[in-house]
Design a binder for this molecule. Structure first.
Ligand SMILES: Cc1cc2nc3c(=O)[nH]c(=O)nc-3n(C[C@H](O)[C@H](O)[C@H](O)COP(=O)(O)OP(=O)(O)OC[C@H]3O[C@@H](n4cnc5c(N)ncnc54)[C@H](O)[C@@H]3O)c2cc1C
Length: 140
């Protein structure tokens, strides 16, 4: 089956930097930051777009409340609400990256730690459950 796949030329290649970054707060007066403008996660956890969507969901409900109910409660809570979710995703993505990638300054000790952590994940149901819970996404 795989042998019958016709391959084409690779048209785009780039190296994704493994960065973790958060801007807080995510509001300055009437300016609201959302998505990658406010936070970056390394790609290992596949969380960037999901975080951007949850930011925008919170912002949309805050703006609706502002215009329909004349209440700023949602907008005032926007940054704190987003950041509670963002920091958990940042933690998971940062941890998962440190587990799945080798870094030049790591050395033998870091490699042994990675192996120990991987064995723990495959041997322990609670550890595997915690990974799965974070990987599929925390509730909104
Ligand atoms: C290779 C790769 C794989 C990824 N895989 C996943 C994944 O599996 N799951 C996941 O959740 N996330 C993934 N991400 C992350 C995800 O793509 C981003 O976190 C997400 O797109 C951020 O959305 P955003 O709207 O904040 O920014 P963007 O999607 O970057 O949108 C910003 C937009 O603003 C436009 N823009 C920029 N400057 C200006 C300007 N001056 N004026 C007008 N427009 C402007 C840009 O052209 C762009 O269209 C991946 C990212 C990459 C690079």
């Amino acid at each position: 089956m795989a042998a019958s796949v016709v391959t084409g030329p690779s048209v785009e290649k780039s190296i994704a930097p493994l960065r973790s970054f958060v801007t807080e707060p995510m509001r300055f007066g009437r300016l609201f930051l959302a998505g990658d403008a406010a936070h970056i996660v390394p790609p290992t956890g596949a969380k960037g777009l999901n975080l951007a969507a949850s930011d925008v969901g919170y912002l949309a409900s805050g703006l609706t409340e502002h215009y329909q109910a004349r209440s700023d409660a949602g907008l005032d809570a926007y940054s704190e609400r987003c950041l509670a979710r963002i920091w958990k995703a940042e933690r998971f993505s940062w941890w998962f990256t440190s587990l799945m990638h080798r870094f030049p300054d790591g050395g033998d000790f870091a490699l042994k730690m990675q192996h120990a952590e991987l064995h723990y994940l495959t041997d322990s149901a609670p550890a595997a459950t915690a990974l799965a819970e974070n990987y599929v996404g925390l509730p909104l």
